[in-house]
Design a protein around this ligand. Structure first.
Ligand code: HAM
Length: 423
């Protein structure tokens, strides 16, 4: 048997209502906050991600699905959306639009990671990007949107954690302090981090190797190296979050795994899930931040930006853990069981009229016996059933049975749609 590639998922009809729920809420909240939907290619020239996301990041170095097309051009399945959107707005001449430019997206992304609970090789993101404002108010309003979205889904067990990683003025001082610290502890570092020390010392802070993670605890903190402007920016972001009544924590350990970030970075950390060794792993439901140099980096004008992306499968895990009643597949309001061929044909007509009126009804399509039809109606959770035979068709009336209460009501067949609409 042919099986799906590792780290991908099939989503079955009984589960899609939950996916539709998180997607619909994303669309709803994006519209309320004035973000318009952008759609863009699933694959891009590899160079976009190498330059945008950063060629020393794990995403670019280890996780990209890169292939050569028939013209021998290097292409990559998008590992995220931010770099593509920056490319898209430059290419479509949107950098001189009235600012802020507010965009949202629901996309699939591809990263060659080790699959685990909540970690896939093809996964889905809801993200937003706001361009054209350097102000702390835009950071705060994007963070507020992320926070409201998670709340609106009904997830309460999460924490919002923020940090600032400085700008191109102050970051070099921080990098120097990190390099000094890790050079002094060189022998303890894993082999990958020994290389990272030369190429991108900030990435050592993300390393999952236990020795490196232990060292990271005492590493220099970004906030101690911020320049005056970045300190004041961070303070205004915090003051704005407070004024909006948003609960957050400052976590100096958040540096994010992608290179384009400047100043504000944040993550929304979900409920803990025990792994197979019983260690509780708290998954990031989403993350984002400011990226003032990205558009220039990929060849566009100077244009600041701030955004975030949420992992839909992780939101779904958090929802399933929340104990909240979850959306499920729609059940038919009416199942019409039919007696005989003529009644089956007529039932099809009645069901079709009801569906045209927006009422979900079903009837027999596989030639079941009456007993089997009633069993099937019960299995699919029909709210009402009606048995239609020659007698019912002759006098134009059907007896509806409420499946929960067994109460019976006689209704004219041609008035069925009104009956269901007016009840
Ligand atoms: P990211 O932190 O790499 O950021 O991904 C955002 C979210 O996508 C994560 O918090 C997680 O929920 C989900 N995610 C990431 N990798 C996987 C995976 N392998 N399986 C399942 N879910 C995953 C970005 O992608 C940035 N583009 C966010 C951003 C937008 N920053 C500014 N604007």
């Amino acid at each position: 048997m042919i099986i799906k590639p590792r780290g991908t998922m099939d989503i079955m009809p009984e589960d899609t209502p939950l996916w539709q729920y998180v997607e619909e809420k994303a669309r709803e909240i994006s519209n309320t906050h004035g973000f318009g939907e952008i759609r863009f290619p699933t694959f891009e020239q590899t160079e976009l991600f190498a330059r945008g996301v950063g060629d020393t990041t794990d995403v670019v170095q280890k996780e990209m699905y890169t292939f050569f097309d028939k013209d021998n051009r290097s292409m990559t399945l998008r590992p995220e959306g931010t770099a593509s959107i920056a490319r898209s707005i430059v290419e479509n001449g949107r950098c001189s639009d009235a600012m802020p430019l507010k965009l949202y997206y629901l996309i699939s992304c591809f990263r060659y990671e080790k699959p685990a609970s909540g970690r896939y090789r093809e996964f889905y993101q809801y993200g937003v990007e706001m361009y054209g404002s350097e102000s702390a108010a835009s950071d705060a309003s994007v963070i507020a949107l992320a926070d409201s979205y998670v709340k609106s889904l009904g997830i309460t067990d999460y924490s919002l954690e923020i940090n600032s990683i400085g700008c191109k003025e102050c970051r070099p001082h921080y990098k120097k302090a990190l390099t000094d610290y890790y050079t002094a502890n060189y022998d303890t570092l894993c082999d990958t981090c020994k290389t990272r020390l030369k190429t991108n010392p900030l990435r050592i802070l993300d390393c999952k190797n236990p020795e490196c993670a232990h060292l990271a605890k005492d590493a220099p903190k970004t906030l101690d190296y911020l320049c005056e402007n970045c300190t004041s920016h961070m303070k205004t972001v915090e003051d704005s979050l407070k004024s909006m009544g948003i609960t957050y924590k400052v976590d100096t350990g958040i540096v994010r795994g992608l290179d384009y970030y400047t100043r504000t970075v944040f993550e929304i950390i979900g409920p803990g899930e025990p792994d197979k060794d019983g260690n509780v792993r708290r998954l990031a439901l989403g993350g984002g931040g400011r990226y003032d140099g990205l558009v220039e980096e990929i060849g566009g004008p100077k244009l600041p930006g701030v955004g975030f992306a949420m992992g839909l499968s992780r939101l779904i895990i958090a929802l399933q853990m929340s104990g909240k009643e979850l959306p499920s597949k729609k059940k038919p309001v009416l199942y019409i069981a039919s007696l005989g061929t003529n009644a089956q044909i007529q039932a099809l007509g009645i069901v079709n009229k009801l569906r045209d009126a927006g009422i979900y009804a079903e009837c027999d399509l596989v030639g079941r016996s009456l007993k089997a039809q009633m069993k099937y109606a019960d299995k699919i959770g029909a709210e009402f059933t009606a048995i239609i035979g020659d007698n019912e068709l002759e006098n134009g009336k059907a007896i509806l049975k409420n499946m929960a209460t067994s109460e019976q009501t006689e209704v004219e067949i041609k008035a069925l749609a009104d009956f269901f609409k007016n009840r």
